[in-house]
Design a protein around this ligand. Structure first.
Ligand code: PEP
Ligand code: CO
Length: 444
């Protein structure tokens, strides 16, 4: 069947906004289509090649960021803090995995959210659910919850501003290991975690100095890192608007991000999201939860990657601690029996969300760690390779997840809970996860 950036419109599309004014929507889509892309096709190709390496066991993917970015947080400090924690985690993971680490943010476009219900009721008022800053506004009024297509343009602009700042920071030496201030941990000096982290940084810095002395490698080479972007490609008009052909390359690229992913809520084989994604050249993530079946999964692989392109498919499993052996093992076996090589990544966050007795959404650090450990072990047992992690985190000192070295409790959740959607690991907890993963991998 023929494909075009709009062919998804002929299929049922779940989790869409339901805009009241189709002409206003069309005009925004046209406008975004004329603006320059956020990323380039060669970056997309480069990332796909790196993901292919990770699928072969030669690299490791670190994908992380907010559950949902907000327009309000499109500011220097939160962006720099997120970049910093991703870089620090990646450094720790290089140390643990002894492999190249591919850094991908849930950033510069993670503005649309799937919701479990279409509406939200407070008292006797029922309004449309908040679907992320790209779609509508969070305040509980009818006007705020009305989907507004101009927000898509605002999202595009914020994504561009975010990416511009990230690129400038990286170009300006933010990731240079010789700038200790960038690598400094801004927490808990003197704690065991801080000391362990410092040892890792010092060790890597020494190795780099050694290599540059011996090989005469320009420090410029060592100073630069790559950061890629990803988001859930949920709001299809937004994705369509930036999907285009580029000079001297075949095919269509979604240039709103390097690495879009499909959530399981929208992964129906005959649905609009699968239709849209089957036509683009980008590497694709697919989230898989406990309800995924082997037939559904192999159907998705056939639909989305009929040519078995290396690096094309990343399967991001989020089973929940306790479900790994029973739910993941059959899927790993099923994919193996197709003869395909995919990149397996563990998202230890979304299967471990719970609500406290006082009604706060949280996650326990221990459950997150357990799912990670179980996943590494299961893949190893099955002769497969877990080639990455997908984490919801922030570079700030929030209190949204319970546990970690500082032992955050339910009481602490009231102190600095900022997420409007899922609870994220804070700066310390995120770094601790990276160190625990490293330790686990070095130990095994
Ligand atoms: C998410 O990644 O924020 C998300 C909604 O995940 P999932 O679709 O896996 O629940
Ligand atoms: Co989330």
């Amino acid at each position: 069947m023929s494909w075009s950036p709009t062919s998804w419109q002929q299929r049922p599309a779940k989790q869409q906004a339901g805009y009241g004014d189709p002409a206003a929507l069309a005009s925004v889509v046209d406008e975004i289509g004329l603006l320059p892309p956020l990323v380039t096709s060669w970056e997309v190709e480069k990332l796909r090649n790196q993901l292919a390496k990770a699928a072969r066991g030669e690299a490791f993917l670190l994908q992380g960021g907010d559950c949902a970015e907000s327009f309000e947080d499109c500011r220097a400090e939160p962006i720099a803090a997120k970049l910093k924690i991703l870089l620090q985690m990646s450094l720790v993971l290089v140390h643990g995995t002894r492999k190249q680490v591919i850094r991908v943010g849930r950033i510069a476009g993670q503005y649309a959210k799937p919701r479990s219900t279409d509406t939200e009721t407070r008292g006797d008022t029922t309004l449309a659910a908040y679907r992320g800053d790209l779609i509508n506004r969070g305040a509980f009024t009818a006007a705020d919850r009305e989907p507004d297509p101009t927000l898509m343009l605002r999202a595009y602009e914020r994504a561009a501003l975010t990416l511009n700042f990230i690129r400038a920071l990286v170009d300006g030496g933010f990731a240079d290991l010789h700038h200790p201030e960038y690598w400094d941990v801004s927490f808990a000096k003197g704690t065991p975690n801080a000391a362990q982290y410092q040892r890792i940084v010092d060790g890597i810095r020494e190795s780099l100095d050694f290599v540059s002395a011996i090989a005469g490698v320009e420090s410029e080479v060592l100073r630069r890192v790559e950061i890629y972007t990803s988001h859930e490609a949920l709001a299809l008009p937004y994705e369509q608007a930036q999907t285009r052909q580029v000079p001297r390359r075949a095919g269509w690229y979604n240039l709103s991000t390097h690495f879009p992913w499909i959530g399981m809520r929208t992964a129906q084989l005959d649905g609009a999201h699968v239709e849209f994604h089957r036509g683009i050249e980008n590497p694709l993530g697919i989230k898989i939860g406990p309800a995924m079946t082997t037939e559904w999964l192999t159907g998705l692989l056939d639909a989305l990657d009929p040519q078995r392109i290396p690096g094309k498919i990343t399967l991001i499993h989020r089973m929940g601690a306790g479900n790994v052996a029973s739910k993941l093992a059959p899927l790993v076996e099923a994919v193996r029996s197709t003869g395909r090589r995919v990149l397996w990544v563990c998202d230890p966050m979304h299967g471990n969300t719970e609500t406290t007795p006082t009604g706060i959404k949280t996650r326990r650090f221990d459950n997150i760690m357990t799912e990670l450990e179980q996943s590494f072990e299961l893949h190893a047992e099955l002769g497969s390779y877990l080639g990455g992690v997908h984490i919801e985190l922030t570079g700030e000192d929030v209190t949204e997840c319970i546990g970690g070295a500082r032992g955050l409790t339910e009481i602490d959740l009231e102190r600095a809970y900022k997420s409007r959607v899922d609870p994220r690991l804070n700066y310390e907890q995120a770094l601790e996860i990276a160190m625990r993963i490293s330790k686990h991998l070095r130990g095994s």
